[in-house]
Structures are given as structure tokens and as C-alpha cells.
Design a binder for this molecule. Structure first.
Ligand code: SDX
Length: 378
């Protein structure tokens, strides 16, 4: 085996077909079951996008009404899920809480070991409905706040924000949140989705596959980047009274120093997109609306300053996590809750891929080239 045949990180390796989404770096585009993601973000609810990813088609009005009714009725956490979360220290990483909650939700499910398409879809829908409450419950317990129970008169995004903050969010905030969920929902064979497919390929269960995917998503080279972006903003320093220009200048200096120190700056770069992440313009537009809504021009300065300096130095473009992090910060989410929000969105993509893998399975088991000691006697 020659060095050239090793594809470290599986970079550029096509391992299977998928009909769930198409990431096209040449046209800088992303299609969910054939629909451009920016069109879905502009016109569809996250509930509609979830059904599209799972079934391959946008729902009829009747199908959507039936799903929404069941989703709204399934939002409350079971007592043992809350009890399991309460056993975890409030200073552990919330991704560990997410991983644990999914495992308990799975253990509770009557069809946990069933793998028929109907059973898988039922488990996917239950996780979709329940996970926002995991995020909200965890943020509130860390802040010493009372639990806010879900409301069935609110849509998915309105209710997510209601349970987290205990008040009804402004329509423009709800819409920016909805856009982020649609954009975060699915992205072909990214590390966490591929992890879910590997676990599914052994014929293990859906909740094991999602739990493994959460472990992969936690890493700052992947989903953990949206949290890391906010750590960068805080390291530079956020001053609400600072002008956009002054904030940009400080951010530029920070980036120049970071790159001079050979640092990897989270929120920039992508394994597949090499000329910019197709989702960034849509998410940046949502961030711009939040900056205007909250009157936080200095955040735009920090954003612009970092982006310009990275572009100037290495021509590396932002990925989705870069505008998403500051958006969640402005909404009031704690920084370490950003990647659990990513879980809530990506549950749709992960479970769509789990169902696709199961429908046309082959055990995923690549080869390795041995470079250890030659055979030797004891
Ligand atoms: C997500 O796969 C998906 O689709 C993921 C995702 C999804 O929706 O599921 O899109 C979500 O995970 C987005 C990515 C979030 N991660 C980050 O923001 C972490 C920072 N980014 C980098 O670590 C990096 O860009 C990767 C890991 C995302 C991709 O890197 P590659 O393709 O493995 O390339 P590389 O790391 O080898 O970088 C190539 C060059 C290197 O320079 P040299 O050492 O060759 O001189 O570019 C440089 C890198 O140093 N580089 C960076 C950089 N990203 C690449 N330098 C500084 N900061 C960065 N962010």
C-alpha cells in the first residue's frame, strides 16, 4: 500500500449513494431532496423540512397537520429523562447531557429494538419533538431557574424559545431561529452523520446511532465550532458601546495574531466547500436581522473584522457555524448550549440517513495499511 493510496480523513472519498441531500461545492449549493436549502429556509417551517428529509416529499396539509398535532403532544420530557439530567453536574458539557437524554429516551421507547421503517420514523419523530425540552431544561437548571413546560399552542421554534426563556419571543427572533434549524438540519456525509451510518450499518438501533452522532458533533472541528466561534468573540471582547469600526479593527488584529501563531480559528473553512459554505449568506442575513433587532452594531464589527482578516491572510471563508454562533448569543442562549441546538436540528438529517442506511445496508468496515513492527518472536 503506497502513501498516495491512504485517504486520511476519507477526504474526497465517495463511499455510498444518498438521496437525502446534495452538497455541490462547484455550484456552492445544497439541496434537501432536490429543493435548494435557501428556498426552504425562506418559505417552509422546520416541521415541513423534517418531513421532507424523512419521507422525500414535502407534506400535504393533512400530513403536516397530523404530524404537528403529534409533535406538540410529544414535547414534554418523561420524568426519568429529567431525573437522569438532574444526576449530571451542572458544569458538565451540555453535549454530554444531550447524549445521556437520548439514551434514556431510547431506553424508554417501546420500539427501541424494532427497526421497521414505521418504528424508525416513530422514534425519529419522538426525538424531534422532545429534544428542544432537553436543551431548555438544561440551560434553565444551569441558571437555577424553574422548568418551563412546553406549550401546544406554539409552533416548534416558538416553543423552543418559550421553554428556554419563559417568554414568547418576537416574531423576527422566532423566524431567525427557524432559519437556523432549517440550515443546520442536514449536510450529507459529515462526520456525525457518517458516524450514525457506521453504527446503523452493524444493525444497531437508532438511539445508539444518534448517541454516537452526538459524540462526533461535539468536537470543535465539527458542530462544536459554533460554540468556539463565540469563545473567539468573548476573547476579543464584546463592548456594546463600541463602534462597529473600532470592533472591526480589534477583531482584525486578533485574527492576524491568531494566524501568525498558526491557530485554527473555528467557524472558518470546510472539508467540502472550498469557496464558501452555501448556507452562510442565508444565516448571515438572519444574523443581520438579529443585530438590527437588538441594536448590537459592534457584533457586526467583530464579525466583519475577523472575516476580512482571514480572507486577506488565507482566503478561507466562513462556514455555517460562524454566523450561527453570534445569532444564538444575541437570542440569549448560553454559549455552551449552541451545539445542543445543532443536535436538535440535525436529529432530522441523522435519522433520515439512519433510515436510508438501513434500507440499503452494508457493514461499513474500511481497510488499514499496517505500519507497525514486523512479525517477531516473544
Ligand atoms: C461543520 O462536513 C460538514 O458538512 C460539516 C458541517 C455540517 O453541516 O455537518 O458543515 C458543519 O462541521 C462545519 C465546520 C466547522 N469546523 C470549524 O469551523 C473548525 C475550523 N475549521 C477547520 O478545522 C477546517 O477548515 C476543517 C476541519 C473544517 C476542514 O479542514 P480540512 O478540509 O481537513 O483541511 P485542513 O484542516 O487540512 O486545512 C487545510 C489548510 C491548512 O493549512 P496548512 O496547514 O496546509 O498550511 O487550511 C488551513 C489549515 O491550517 N485551515 C485553517 C482553517 N481551516 C483550514 N487555518 C486556520 N483556521 C481555520 N479554520
Amino acid at each position: 500500500m503506497t502513501e498516495t493510496e491512504i485517504k486520511k480523513g476519507l477526504a474526497g472519498v465517495v463511499v455510498d449513494y444518498t438521496a437525502v441531500s446534495k452538497v455541490n461545492p462547484d455550484t456552492n449549493s445544497l439541496l434537501y431532496r432536490g429543493y435548494p436549502v435557501q428556498d426552504l429556509a425562506a418559505a417552509k417551517s422546520f416541521e415541513e423540512v423534517a418531513l421532507l428529509l424523512w419521507t422525500g416529499e414535502l407534506p400535504t396539509a393533512g400530513e403536516l397537520a397530523e404530524f404537528v398535532k403529534a409533535e406538540r403532544a410529544g414535547r414534554a420530557l418523561a420524568p426519568n429523562v429529567k431525573a437522569a439530567i438532574d444526576l449530571l453536574p451542572t458544569n458538565c458539557h451540555p453535549m454530554d447531557v444531550g447524549r445521556t437524554a437520548v439514551s434514556v429516551i431510547g431506553a424508554n421507547h417501546a420500539l427501541a429494538e424494532e427497526s421497521s421503517p414505521a418504528a424508525e420514523l416513530s422514534k425519529a419523530k419522538e426525538l424531534f419533538a422532545a429534544f428542544p425540552a432537553v436543551v431548555a431544561y438544561d440551560q434553565r437548571r444551569r441558571r437555577g431557574l424553574e422548568v418551563v413546560e412546553p406549550r401546544e399552542d406554539l409552533d416548534y421554534s416558538q416553543n423552543f424559545l418559550w421553554m428556554t426563556f419563559g417568554e414568547e419571543a418576537a416574531p423576527e427572533v422566532v423566524d431567525a431561529f427557524r432559519v437556523s434549524m432549517v440550515l443546520y438540519a442536514e449536510h450529507s456525509f459529515n462526520a456525525s452523520t457518517f458516524t450514525a451510518r457506521v453504527i446503523t450499518s452493524t444493525l444497531s438501533d437508532l438511539h445508539s446511532a444518534v448517541t454516537g452522532a452526538i459524540g462526533a458533533l461535539k468536537g470543535p472541528l465539527h458542530g462544536g465550532a459554533n460554540e468556539a466561534v463565540m469563545h473567539t468573540f468573548h476573547e476579543i471582547g464584546i463592548d456594546k458601546n463600541e463602534s462597529r469600526e473600532d470592533a472591526a479593527a480589534r477583531a482584525k488584529t486578533w485574527m492576524e495574531e491568531a494566524l501568525a501563531a498558526k491557530k485554527k480559528v473555528m467557524g472558518f473553512g470546510h472539508r467540502v466547500y472550498k469557496h464558501g459554505d452555501s448556507r452562510v449568506p442565508t444565516m448571515k442575513a438572519a444574523l443581520d436581522k438579529m443585530i438590527e433587532h437588538y441594536g448590537r452594531g459592534e457584533m457586526l464589527g467583530l464579525y466583519d473584522g475577523l472575516e476580512a482578516a482571514m480572507d486577506e491572510a488565507k482566503a478561507i471563508k466562513p462556514n455555517l457555524d460562524y454566523p450561527a454562533g453570534p445569532t444564538y448569543h444575541l437570542m440569549g442562549f448560553d454559549t455552551e448550549m449552541f451545539t445542543p441546538i445543532f443536535i436538535a436540528a440535525r436529529i432530522t438529517g441523522w435519522t433520515a440517513h439512519i433510515m436510508e442506511q438501513r434500507a440499503s445496508n452494508a457493514l461499513i468496515r474500511p481497510l488499514s495499511a499496517y505500519n507497525g513492527p514486523e512479525q517477531r518472536a516473544l
